[in-house]
Design a protein around this ligand. Structure first.
Ligand code: ADP
Length: 492
């Protein structure tokens, strides 16, 4: 039977729950389900990392020995297939030695520092992945109308389509959407990569990019894709400014008219306090009082004093410079301890050593106030959403920010710095915001929140309920993506 549906192949480095580091995985794990509901033929392609459990996800080898020509020789890849758990979305996984390692990113985490935000050692791996995506399409009986690319890891697809595969009859008509999930991670490397991959060095985007003597895969994605979007309307505007443009504001300005902002949704089945298997006690907007059992349980589990009237302040995050962890100074915690303010903190995350070390030190010094868990732990993350009263997101910048949305769904009131996607999701009907990036502002806002928490329980309950009743489902965002895909199909 002929398949007349619009065919979308989503290519990315992560997908929840199969291989997740952060928000990128959550988006890729949820968007295609929502697209299916809009009657699109949506599929996903990712690398087959060593950490992926073959049996757990019932992976099947569907093609073997697909040739991918690289700089030196013809490499062979295997193509595996599964479906996204709980859906009918096909997921393809590309098998090659490049991806055998136990980490998704070879660098410890994505976004190494302010100065070198890209992951140099990952470049070769993801450029190969990009090339392998196109060879996989040729080997499959599935010709997408659109390849939806996500962040620099898959940006080289646009470059290959404009050069090596320009005349390929099976590929030349394919349109690309390039989604920027985080402009800070750019995939910067030596220009040699162009020669090594036999890409035409006179391509306009290469000439533009090489002005600073580097090749930047984020730049290539921006300049060569058919359309671009990012993950919130505010961030889409912010990245055109020097403050948030991460050095690419002028490049983005070249495509200003083709840059869209679509707020991410949430997988509202995975993040649902009524059915969540990870948490102690289920609850809903009809039974918010049941949330308390989760707080008492979490306090006990973490070894914090068990007290209903002490506000539990949660944070779940990658510990990287973007997330505003430097606002949580020794002075800040000491002031809260000595004042004292009726709150306790629990922070869950992994990332840069400098943050891990500083936070662990605070936890040792103030064990009754401050608890830190250095790990990636999906269950504990859900327990924190369910058990906390206040959820902290003090980011320096934030493309979308899924955590405050999840927190609201679990009746934890967000306290965020007003930036990027956080501006689009948190207002004074559902939470607390501050503007200036400093500990003082954060402290004052926390005091305000605690005052309402302690003295105005009705208003507090209303804030919780307003948050819990927000519609964060993917339906609305998926319809906006559908519009962009349609625009692409009508593009020459
Ligand atoms: P980012 O995309 O920058 O990582 P988001 O707020 O958009 O930030 O998404 C973060 C996602 O990763 C959320 O689902 C959050 O719960 C999850 N997460 C982050 N760190 C951890 C951790 N240490 N353990 C479990 N989940 C985590």
């Amino acid at each position: 039977m002929k398949n007349n549906k619009t065919k979308i192949l989503i290519a990315a480095a992560e997908i929840t729950p199969i291989a997740k580091v952060g928000g990128l995985g959550d988006v890729i794990g949820a968007l295609p389900r929502a697209l299916k509901k809009l009657n699109l033929d949506a599929r996903v392609i990712i690398p087959f990392y060593g950490l992926i459990e073959k049996n757990k996800y019932q992976l099947k080898l569907i093609k073997n020995n697909i040739k991918v020509q690289t700089k030196i020789a013809a490499e062979l890849i295997g193509l595996w297939q599964t479906t996204l758990p709980g859906s009918e979305v096909p997921v393809y996984l590309i098998e090659h030695n490049f991806f055998k390692g136990q980490n998704i990113y070879s660098s410890q985490f994505s976004g190494v520092s302010e100065l070198y935000p890209s992951d140099l050692i990952d470049i070769e791996k993801f450029v190969f992945f990009s090339r392998a995506i196109l060879e996989s399409i040729k080997a499959l009986n599935f010709k997408p109308d659109v390849i939806h690319l996500n962040d620099w890891h898959t940006a080289a697809v646009t470059l290959f389509l404009k050069t090596l595969y320009k005349k390929d009859p099976g590929l030349k008509k394919i349109k690309t959407l390039y989604t920027i999930h985080n402009l800070a991670n750019q995939g910067i490397t030596d220009p040699q990569v162009i020669k090594l991959n036999k890409i035409n060095p006179n391509l306009a985007s290469i000439l533009e990019d090489q002005k600073d003597k580097n090749i930047n895969f984020m730049v290539q994605g921006i300049l060569n894709s058919s359309l671009i979007n990012t993950v919130s309307p505010t961030y889409a505007r912010e990245i055109l400014t020097k403050e948030y443009g991460a050095g690419l504001e002028n490049i983005l300005a070249l495509r200003n008219q083709e840059l869209y902002g679509i707020l991410n949704g949430l997988d509202t089945d995975f993040f649902n306090p009524a059915t969540d298997k990870f948490i102690k006690q289920g609850y809903s907007p009809k039974t918010p009082e049941k949330k308390m059992a989760n707080k008492l349980y979490l306090q006990q589990k973490l070894g914090l004093p068990q007290n209903k009237n002490t506000a539990l302040v949660g944070l779940v995050s990658r510990f990287v410079w973007q997330k505003g962890l430097e606002l949580i100074t020794e002075k800040f915690v000491r002031a809260i301890h000595e004042f004292p303010l009726p709150c306790q903190f629990v922070f869950l995350g992994t990332g840069e050593k400098r943050y891990e070390t500083a936070l662990v030190k605070l936890a040792k010094k103030y064990p009754n106030k401050f608890n830190v868990q250095i790990k990636f732990d999906e269950k504990l993350a859900h327990e924190i959403y369910a058990g906390s009263d206040i959820f902290l997101v003090p980011s320096l910048f934030e493309p979308c920010g899924l955590t405050p949305m999840i927190a609201m769904r679990y009746g934890s009131v967000p306290l965020v710095r007003s930036t990027g996607g956080l501006k689009d999701t948190v207002n004074n009907q559902v939470g607390f915001t501050f503007k200036k990036f400093n500990s003082n502002e954060l402290g004052k806002t926390l005091e305000k929140a605690l005052d309402i928490f302690c003295h105005q329980p009705k208003i507090w309950r209303q804030l919780q309920l307003n948050g819990m009743k927000q519609d964060f489902s993917w339906g609305k965002s998926a319809r906006q993506y559908l519009k962009l895909y349609k625009k692409l199909l009508n593009k020459k």
